[in-house]
Design a protein around this ligand. Structure first.
Ligand code: SAM
Length: 244
């Protein structure tokens, strides 16, 4: 009981210390664009974007209805950055594998998936017309295979893109289990530049998704520095890499 209370107390403190940005556009965007985005992440994204090491692409794993990617797109353009945004999602939701309908409704999981993907397209086309992400319909594992091969592929808007090369910032918000998030990190680590950032959604010390173990591992990785817990973990790859 006591350790649990202690943990809750510390988590409460972390939430009280969370930093936010106040921005009129983001207020309107978050009202209209469905999504799952912790407001503290917006502050962390802004910090990372203002300090990007280069014009290499920004990557997002897990886009749902496009809320976080529209925030990233806005932060980039409002901070005068021209980095390309690339994302991957296959819109395959945990718990939907068994098929059938959503509860006792008449809506099938297949139709729901179509709806969410169409919402992503509509939201991105409306909110990010000038900096539209190149969104690849794939899982992150499939995506990194293409990235490694430097494959030319097409995004969901029908545009060709050649993948590969360095990444300046990655927002990891796909499958939140330890195994998947760790593999996402290992893949990102191969391409993220020194001085580049990695932000993990749902990684705060009080989250129940199980990223705590991974966050502790990355804290011990000598090539990364913890920038902040707001309350999710934002890491920066250090500039003079050390051998771990
Ligand atoms: C929590 S939602 C993302 C929320 C989104 N970033 C937002 O701002 O609202 C998680 C998303 O990750 C996607 N996803 C799940 N597993 C994935 C994987 N292995 N690779 C890529 N995307 C994945 C799901 O389809 C879902 O759209």
């Amino acid at each position: 009981m006591i350790p649990r209370l202690k943990r809750l107390f510390h988590a409460g403190l972390q939430y009280m210390n969370t930093k936010y940005i106040s921005d009129e556009y983001i207020k309107w965007l978050t009202r209209a664009n469905a999504g799952m985005l912790n407001s503290g992440n917006i502050y962390s994204m802004s910090l990372a974007i203002e300090n990007l090491p280069s014009a290499s692409p920004v990557l997002e794993i897990g886009s749902l209805c496009g809320l976080s990617i529209n925030v990233i797109s806005y932060l980039l353009s409002s901070r005068g950055k021209t980095n390309r945004i690339i994302s991957c999602d296959k819109w395959l939701f945990e718990g939907a594998e068994k098929g059938g309908n959503l509860g006792s409704s008449q809506i099938s999981h297949a139709k729901y998936r179509e709806f969410v993907k169409a919402a992503f397209v509509r939201n991105v086309e409306f909110f990010s017309p000038d900096n539209k992400p190149y969104t690849i319909e794939s899982t992150s594992d499939e995506f990194f295979i293409l990235w490694e091969k430097g494959e030319t592929t097409h995004d969901i808007f029908g545009r060709n893109i050649t993948l590969g090369g360095k990444i300046s910032f990655c927002y990891i918000d796909g499958n939140h289990t330890y195994e998947f998030a760790k593999r996402d990190f290992e893949n990102v680590d191969r391409y993220i530049e020194p001085g580049g950032y990695v932000l993990f959604d749902d990684s705060s010390d009080m989250d129940y998704f199980g990223l705590t173990r991974l966050m502790k591992e990355i804290e011990r990785n000598r090539n990364y520095k913890l920038v902040m817990k707001n309350p999710n973990y934002l890491f920066r790859k250090i500039i003079n890499l050390r051998h771990t």
